[in-house]
Design a protein around this ligand. Structure first.
Ligand SMILES: Cc1cc2nc3c(=O)[nH]c(=O)nc-3n(C[C@H](O)[C@H](O)[C@H](O)COP(=O)(O)O)c2cc1C
Length: 188
């Protein structure tokens, strides 16, 4: 592995594709000089624990894969962060971030990062056409953009199909990784 010169907080939520987060994003990011600190929403955490991926992520990154909040007596197990990436981001997760709801370790981490404004926050929503038409979607995404969050949207990245169609669509891991480089360049 290349020596890490920058640290990425990767927050995964329970969308299709999260099962490939290690091979699609974590390992390639590490090869590009990122140390990767992973936090999963409770539902994504349950999915990846069941498949053994939580253990594999912990082993590969050398850091605990966070799902539950720490006890008040415990120190934070993750290092200082240079960039936050929420990927994949469900409609539920995007909405909670816009409203500032820290009801899990994953949401607490990102809500605080958005308010702190000290490191870039990148969000890749994988939502369908029904989520897009929900009356709150436009205001939620506008709120996040106005706060400086980099929302990766557009047909070249993700096409919002009707529910239960477009299931073969793949997360464009390489485009997302390239976007991270525009926010935090490798040092050295
Ligand atoms: C197999 C499967 C795939 C899903 N994919 C998506 C998705 O791509 N986008 C989305 O917004 N919700 C998706 N969902 C629904 C979310 O899992 C659900 O809204 C969940 O409450 C999200 O929780 P989280 O945002 O805390 O991870 C999917 C559900 C299942 C069972």
């Amino acid at each position: 592995m290349i020596d890490a010169t920058r640290t990425l907080a990767l927050i995964g939520s329970a969308a299709g594709g999260v099962e490939h987060i290690r091979t699609g994003l974590i390992e390639p990011a590490m090869a590009r000089g990122w140390r990767v600190a992973v936090t999963l929403t409770p539902t994504a955490g349950a999915w990846l624990a069941a498949s053994g991926e939580v253990d594999r992520i912990t082993q590969v990154t050398g850091l605990p894969c966070r799902i539950e909040p720490r006890m008040p007596s415990e120190p934070s197990p993750h290092p200082p962060i240079d960039c936050f990436l929420v990927c994949p981001a469900t409609a539920n997760t995007v909405s909670k971030l816009a409203l500032g709801l820290g009801d899990s370790q994953a949401m607490t981490t990102v809500v605080e990062a958005i308010g702190a404004g000290t490191a870039p926050v990148v969000v890749f929503p994988t939502v369908n056409a029904a989520h897009h038409r929900h009356p709150a979607w436009k205001s939620h995404t506008s709120t996040l953009q106005d706060a400086g969050v980099h929302l990766l949207t557009g047909d070249d990245l993700w096409q919002p199909h009707e529910p239960r169609s477009g299931l073969e669509q793949k997360i464009p891991w390489n485009l997302i990784l390239a976007n991270l480089d525009t926010h935090v360049r490798p040092r050295g």
